[in-house]
Design a protein around this ligand. Structure first.
Ligand SMILES: C[S@@+](CC[C@H](N)C(=O)[O-])C[C@H]1O[C@@H](n2cnc3c(N)ncnc32)[C@H](O)[C@@H]1O
Length: 500
């Protein structure tokens, strides 16, 4: 976690014997320590620990709240702890700092009583760092407990007027560079929406699922208390609880509604002319709606498909439309996950293939596909709700290398697309360096590409227009989805393009 002291030193190894009395707090602590010390992902590790330790119901909910809430709130809690500690935080043993952060979260953002938050933190500190630290932990957390969060913010956050980003960084617990990137992504709307966008990234999303197009209808699959998604005809959100039983039936899979809408946008985007596969010829009329059904069925490519969320939906949509889908990912283990998402779903009317291939060195012919999804690897800054540590782990210096890869993948996607066909360039990040800048670079790399009106293709979804109104940008604070960016690009064949 750049900028956070706990990445700089490894904690002393300590063996905890027996079953800790306060297993939810110990579990949250273990997640914090693993994230800081070994680069673990909280959303992968926590479910594993809950199962291993047989934590369910309220205990599982407490462990989850403490782990996720503390990781998200680190920026705020460190500012408060700094004011309450007579030792610099970067001089503390990492286990002590983890315990203090967990304690600060309980005191400032939960309904745990002050007494319980302090006493359990002192016990945890003794268990993970030894008895000598208990007096210090007790003293610091008692100081934290003397004020509520708003009162602390008035003391520790920079003044909003003189340092707006510094204020937002402490108030909403973000690195400054992400605040600047969100401001650029929102454009003129930043004045009224930036704080809401940051606040939305601090919330825990409800679990959203998607049924399989062509499979049992949503109403038949949704459990009691679930709500249909606002725009995706396949989506629904669970009232809470564990989706694994439903996943095991194969009738629904966890998928953010924004991700569902990105797949739908590709499937719906208007093609220009009938497929002329393998032949790239002179221009034809490029206006007009997508043919209801092309004679030999459309060919679709999902070029960065692992682990397969969008590919699963596209597989169902392709099956019902008589199209064929190729889903590919550079990593064989992720390609195997895609295969798993197709399992159990019939392929009537469609043949699907899963490949492990680098999208930049295509395993397919140029101009082979009618529709291509390129859901590029990105910073993931649009899914901060789901990945609580991501904001601390990414840095601005990661963006140029990502943008270079994204630009190469976009170019490859455009080359894979036939004249008149459509590429959907999708990111789970709203950051301009990964979204509109890459698309604009792609347009200059490749002549003969027109930008379609992506918000119009998803016309039922309000407020999609990003500062460049041709592109669609979903936002957690506007749409309740991840911050997914969608550009729809159509190949036109102005002049002859030669391929090897
Ligand atoms: C954002 S994820 C895709 C998510 C996926 N579309 C879904 O909905 O589940 C990006 C994927 O791109 C893959 N990837 C990275 N570099 C690639 C490359 N050069 N060629 C193809 N896939 C690549 C990663 O392995 C990762 O699975």
């Amino acid at each position: 976690m750049p900028g956070h002291p706990d990445t700089r030193r490894r904690p002393p190894a300590r063996r905890v014997r027996g079953r800790p009395a306060d297993l939810p707090r110990r579990t949250a602590y273990d997640v914090l320590a693993a994230v800081a010390d070994r680069g673990a992902y909280a959303n992968l590790l926590l479910p594993k620990l809950l199962t291993e330790r047989s934590l369910t119901g309220r205990d599982a909910a407490l462990a989850t709240e403490l782990a996720y809430g503390t990781l998200r709130g680190l920026g705020t809690y460190d500012a408060v702890l700094k004011a309450c500690s007579d030792r610099p935080l970067d001089k503390l043993d990492p286990p002590v700092l983890h315990v203090l952060r967990l304690g600060a979260h309980q005191l400032l953002a939960t309904r745990v009583s002050d007494h319980a938050a302090v006493a359990t933190s002192v016990d945890l500190a003794k268990a993970v760092a030894g008895p000598r630290v208990s007096g210090y932990v007790n003293a610091v957390l008692r100081r934290v407990s003397t004020r509520n969060l708003d009162q602390w913010l008035a003391i520790v956050a920079p003044a909003r007027e003189s340092d707006p980003d510094g204020y937002l960084a402490v108030r909403y617990s973000y690195p400054r560079w992400i605040i600047g990137a969100y401001r650029d992504a929102l454009g003129e709307a930043a004045g009224s929406e930036l704080a809401a966008a940051l606040a939305a990234g601090d919330e825990r999303p409800r679990v959203t699922m998607a049924v399989y197009p062509g499979g049992p209808a949503r109403d038949e699959v949704m459990p009691e208390g679930a709500e249909p998604s606002r725009w995706s005809p396949y989506g629904f959100t669970l009232p809470g609880g564990d989706p694994s039983a439903l996943i095991a039936t194969g009738m629904a899979a966890v998928q953010d509604e924004g991700s569902q809408l990105a797949a739908l946008a590709l499937a719906r985007a208007p093609l220009a002319n009938a497929p002329t596969r393998g032949v790239v010829g002179e221009a034809e009329t490029l206006v007009g709606a997508r043919p209801a059904r092309v004679p030999d069925g459309e060919r679709w490519l999902d070029m960065c498909a692992g682990p397969g969320g969008k590919a699963r939906l596209l597989h169902g949509l392709a099956s019902t439309a008589g199209a064929r889908l190729v889903a590919s990912d550079v990593h064989p283990h992720r390609a195997a996950l895609i295969q798993g998402t197709f399992a159990g779903h019939g392929t009537s009317g469609a043949a699907s293939a899963v490949l492990a291939a680098d999208g930049r060195c295509p395993a397919w012919r140029a101009a082979e596909f009618d529709r291509v999804l390129v859901d590029v690897p990105c910073s993931g800054l649009g899914a901060l709700r789901r990945r609580p540590e991501a904001r601390w782990r990414k840095s601005e210096s990661d963006l140029p290398a990502l943008a270079e890869l994204q630009r190469a993948l976009l170019r490859s996607a455009l080359e894979a697309c036939r004249p008149g066909g459509v590429v959907a360039y999708v990111t789970c990040s709203p950051v301009p360096a990964e979204t509109r800048d890459v698309v604009n670079a792609g347009l200059s790399d490749m002549p003969g590409v027109e930008v379609l009106d992506a918000p119009a293709v998803l016309s039922e979804v309000p407020d999609l227009r990003s500062p460049d109104p041709r592109f669609a940008q979903l936002w957690p604070h506007r749409h309740g989805t991840d911050a997914i960016f969608i550009a729809l690009l159509r190949r036109v064949n102005r002049g002859r393009v030669e391929y090897d």
